[in-house]
Write a protein that binds this ligand. Structure first.
Ligand code: IK2
Length: 445
């Protein structure tokens, strides 16, 4: 009996030491790819969770807290009950009714006959369109110029290609009060100075998130001239294209002479029809560019949800017919947001904060350097001032916003860490709740 017990104990020991050895082997191996190094932090993951944890009034992440228009909800319901094919795979590069309606709609705007099957790729939101663009077009060692402030994912997406992100900031115009996003300008000299023989593309975002800058035709022409002169691509993120105010006009850089062939225009049904959860986006460009993006798409996502695409197709058909009329959602949404923008601006002004009035989009940036609060408890890390401030505001006052330095490169983030971003695509009751918090705070309550 004793011998058997001893043998069993020995066997268990041998087995355990094998397990430990295997674990050591596994731990000595690098279990991840290097491309994930340094790109693990994400402002949306961090601050959306924080807002939820503190049940804050949420003027943080950019999504409406109201329903999409009835016509697009009806289109979605109709699609879902539209037969078995609505629940199955559709064409990999875009549901045929959607690519046809996008081509019809945007041909009129770009002034170029867009081929629905060659020139368009439908993606999982604008996010995936951006991902496909960077993966398909940027090689290891290529340089990509990004105009700051920029939607944060451009930087990790460039890094993951092995390319190098090079930054040029929009800067507040010198010598004047910075009252509007139009006062933030791009220096032609600074941009031209960043172009090297390795430069492959320039990335712009108009209307810009977070500033709300809507690039004027002259500014776009300056960028276009450099793209043509140096044979560069232009990735133009235009997800807020319908949201402009006070007469600002959105211009597509792809519509400028010589730019169709080298521009990738990115759009989002989430932003267009106030349905961010549907995650339908697209890239439009010349077929010789889109074909490479299709390669990335077919080897990663392959195809996007059918019913949502069917509904978005219906939305664009409707908007094509109503284009320019007061019934068009592309008129109604900015009209509604125009009021919300005014409401938020006067709320900020009433507590002594000066908003930078956005010409477009649904965000408003304000300078917080006049606010003196003790932020020493907010973080043990050496974080930028606006990160600490936004954390304090959520935890102490129950109001969620986003730090603007998250939209800057590490090189420039400290220069711009005195701003925070408010989102105003929210119910009036949400904006009222935010106003109440700010008013109470300013009265020392
Ligand atoms: N491009 C820009 C400029 C965006 O703002 C977004 C969505 N941003 O929303 C988060 C926020 O800023 O609060 C996208 C691309 C991605 O769009 P989609 O939702 O269609 O993937």
């Amino acid at each position: 009996m004793g011998i058997i017990r001893n043998l069993t104990a020995k066997l268990i020991l041998i087995r355990q030491s094998k397990v430990i050895k295997n674990q050591k082997i596994i731990m000595s191996r690098r279990l991840h790819a290097r491309r994930t190094d340094g790109v693990d932090k994400n402002v949306w993951v961090e601050f959306t969770q924080l807002a939820a944890d503190y049940k804050a009034v949420n003027l943080g992440q950019g999504f409406p807290d109201f329903s999409p228009p009835q016509f697009i909800q009806d289109a979605f319901c109709k699609a879902v009950s539209g037969g078995p094919q609505m629940h199955q795979y559709t064409r990999a590069f875009g549901h045929p009714p959607l690519v046809k309606s996008l081509a019809k709609f945007f041909s009129r705007i770009v002034g170029h006959e867009i081929d629905p099957f060659e020139d368009i790729l439908v993606t999982v939101g604008a996010y995936q369109a951006l991902f496909c663009a960077f993966q398909a077009l940027i090689d290891e060692g290529d340089e990509v110029i990004i105009v700051e402030p920029f939607f944060d994912c451009y930087q990790p997406m460039v890094i993951m290609t092995g390319g190098k992100a090079v930054y040029v900031p929009l800067r507040p115009r010198e010598g004047s009060d910075i009252l509007s996003s139009a006062d933030w300008v791009l220096s032609a000299e600074e941009l031209a100075g960043k172009i090297t023989p390795r430069t492959k593309a320039i990335v712009i975002n108009t209307p810009n998130n977070p500033l709300g800058k809507v690039y004027k035709t002259e500014e776009l022409q300056m960028i276009a001239d450099l793209c043509i002169k140096h044979d560069l691509l232009c990735i133009s993120d235009e997800v807020y294209e319908w949201l402009t105010y006070d007469g600002a006009k959105h211009v597509k850089i792809a519509s400028l002479p010589g730019m169709w062939e080298r521009t990738i225009t990115i759009g989002s049904a989430g932003k267009t029809f106030s349905a961010t959860g549907w995650k339908v986006g697209w890239a439009i460009s010349s077929g010789h560019i889109v074909k490479h993006m299709k390669t990335i798409h077919q080897n990663s996502v392959y195809h996007c949800p059918t019913a949502a695409q069917e509904a978005v197709a219906h939305g664009f058909e409707r908007e094509y017919e109503l284009f320019g009329s007061s019934e068009s959602y592309f008129q109604q949404l900015p009209a509604m947001l125009h009021h919300k923008r005014k409401k938020l601006a006067s709320c900020l002004q009433s507590v002594g904060l000066q908003p930078i009035m956005p010409q477009g989009g649904y965000f408003m940036v304000t300078d917080i350097s006049s606010i003196k609060v003790d932020l020493s408890d907010q973080s043990t890390k050496d974080e930028p001032h606006d990160f600490k401030f936004v954390k304090w505001l959520v935890k102490e006052k129950g109001l969620a916003t986003i730090p603007v330095s998250a939209f800057y490169s590490p090189e420039h983030s400290r220069e711009f860490d005195k701003y925070i971003r408010f989102c105003f695509v929210k119910e009036d009751s949400t904006l009222d709740a935010a106003e109440e918090i700010l008013k109470k705070w300013s009265q020392g309550k």
